[in-house]
Design a protein around this ligand. Structure first.
Ligand code: HEC
Ligand code: HEC
Length: 454
């Protein structure tokens, strides 16, 4: 976070209960109220005007003129109405000069990135027992250290905004509808010099994402619950789901997706510890690049990230994402292979006990009609007799030793009992839905049959 504007971060601190500053020190505001105390929460944030840089950043974020196709802005993939995530259920989006080139990874939401630390090979793990390991950074492989650095990737990616280089970006900027605002904020000289203009452009995009309250509203039901504010009372099902989420013997989700307010300063949890883990997500045949057997996305050790290829212990590791607004996503994990929250959660529960539901079977014979009790929630809906399940089919065998072994993915034998019961899964999904921000709740959550009351 070296390039983050501290004043801007402090303005976020007004909006949330408390928060860490860019230098890692802590700015204490109001800690969460102890149990039983009357509800107190962060004071309503004072409306703060965006700095000039952030105002320009806002224009740039929505400016399609910055792309080679003239059809694509940051907001095309990162839509504000979808928590700055994608609007559709595609595993990867189409971009490039004609809007026809498929990407390689699922689009993350851009909400709640403001405290993402820069990437480190040895980040301390807050769980108290894991040894320090890779953590932090932006993108699924942490290869950018700041939001400003990250912006370079989409601007010049051949399957995103498809500029050839910085000069190409700046040439488009000069012709774009944002040019006048850019010159007013940074001076006409800034626009004349490619290096300066490219730098300011990325700083402006970062300033917008840091300063604008729409990137970190902290107003989900779970936030209201944590700070004991009106509307934060969990239903019995949500309450039980929260227990499963935290229970080290069943869900254990909070082992990586941290769910408690900070003990130091009461800051709200980001639902991630920013650590990198290999969890053996199945290969996604919907990604065109995957038609080539030789194309394997190994996350931290490449090929998109190029500085860790020699560290074989890093192969298959991806960044733990936040689970805020997870209920409104429609493509899950780094390769978007799953398409519902239920499927993602069931993967955690039965990856090991029923691997045939998640990974292809080679050899054997598919029954013409699966048995009536054969589950239909997995990625594989055909029921095989004989054959061999290709477990971890997107991670070459030499890297299987990198897989994390924490519950619920502890590598237990096929056919053994799953870590969570049906009731616990149901409750867990109910809890995960409380992580949806107030503005996206109304707009997007489908009315699923799931009952989250009692
Ligand atoms: C064609 C779709 C597309 C467009 C357009 C796009 N992005 Fe992204 N964005 C992605 C994908 C895919 C990733 C994940 C990349 C990866 O892991 O390699 C991503 C990742 C990010 C991240 C990292 C988030 C995280 O969780 O670490 C940031 C920040 C970001 N984009 C900002 C931007 C900005 C700013 C723009 C405009 C300059 C932009 N994006 C344009 C698809 C897009
Ligand atoms: C060992 C750490 C760890 C534990 C424990 C863990 N997760 Fe994750 N989670 C990850 C990582 C790493 C990813 C990204 C993996 C990938 O895409 O390859 C992820 C991704 C996800 C996603 C997809 C997010 C997205 O934006 O696409 C969901 C949903 C999720 N986890 C839910 C859970 C739930 C529910 C639990 C508990 C049952 C849980 N996780 C337990 C590390 C963990």
């Amino acid at each position: 976070m070296s390039q983050v504007n501290v004043a801007a971060l402090l303005s976020i601190c007004l909006a949330v209960a408390a928060c860490s500053k860019a230098d890692g020190s802590v700015n204490v505001r109001q800690p969460p109220a102890p149990a039983g105390a009357p509800p107190v929460g962060p004071a309503a944030p004072l409306p703060r005007p965006l700095t000039a840089a952030a105002q320009v950043g806002k224009e740039l974020f929505f400016d399609k003129g910055l792309s080679a196709s003239g059809e694509m802005a940051c907001a095309t993939c990162h839509d504000p109405a979808h928590a700055y995530g994608p609007t559709n259920d595609l595993a990867v989006q189409l971009g490039g000069p004609r809007g026809t080139s498929p990407g390689l990874r699922a689009v993350p939401s851009l909400r709640y990135k403001e405290f993402t630390p820069g990437y480190r090979d040895t980040q301390d793990n807050p769980d108290g027992f894991s040894v320090p390991g890779p953590g932090g950074g932006f993108a699924w492989d942490g290869r950018a250290d700041s939001l400003a650095e990250q912006a370079q990737a989409p601007l010049t990616s051949p399957f995103e905004m498809a500029n050839t280089d910085a000069a190409d970006v700046v040439a488009r900027l000069r012709r774009s509808s944002s040019a006048a605002a850019f010159a007013r904020a940074f001076g006409a000289d800034a626009l004349a010099d490619v290096t300066v203009a490219y730098d300011k452009l990325r700083q402006a995009l970062q300033a917008f994402q840091i300063e604008d309250p729409s990137f970190h509203p902290y107003n989900s039901k779970y936030d209201l619950h944590l700070y004991r504010r009106p509307g934060g009372e969990l239903t019995p099902a949500e309450e039980r789901g929260l227990k499963v989420f935290k229970d080290e013997k069943t869900g254990n989700c909070s082992g990586c997706h941290l769910a408690d307010a900070s003990q130091d300063d009461g800051a709200p949890p980001e639902l991630t510890d920013y650590s990198f883990e290999a969890i053996g997500v199945p290969r996604n045949p919907q990604i065109p690049a995957n038609r080539k057997r030789t194309h394997v996305d190994l996350g931290l050790c490449g090929p998109l990230r190029t500085d860790h290829g020699q560290f074989k212990e890093d192969c298959g590791l991806f960044k733990t994402p936040t689970l805020r607004n997870i209920a409104v996503r429609r493509a899950f994990f780094h390769n978007g292979v799953m398409h519902s929250l239920e499927q993602a959660v069931r993967f955690y529960n039965t990856r090991d006990t029923r691997p045939e539901l998640w990974y292809p079977t080679v050899g054997g014979r598919a029954k013409a009609k699966p048995d009536p009790d054969f589950p239909t929630y997995g990625l594989v809906t055909a029921q095989y007799v004989g054959g061999k399940v290709q477990k971890y089919d997107d991670l070459p065998a030499p890297h299987h030793k990198n897989l994390d072994t924490q519950l619920p993915l502890d590598g237990r034998a096929a056919g053994s009992k799953a870590p969570m019961t049906e009731q616990q899964l149901n409750d867990l999904i109910c809890f995960l839905r409380t992580l949806t921000d107030a503005d996206v709740v109304a707009a997007n959550v489908p009315s699923a049959a799931l009952s989250c009351g009692q």
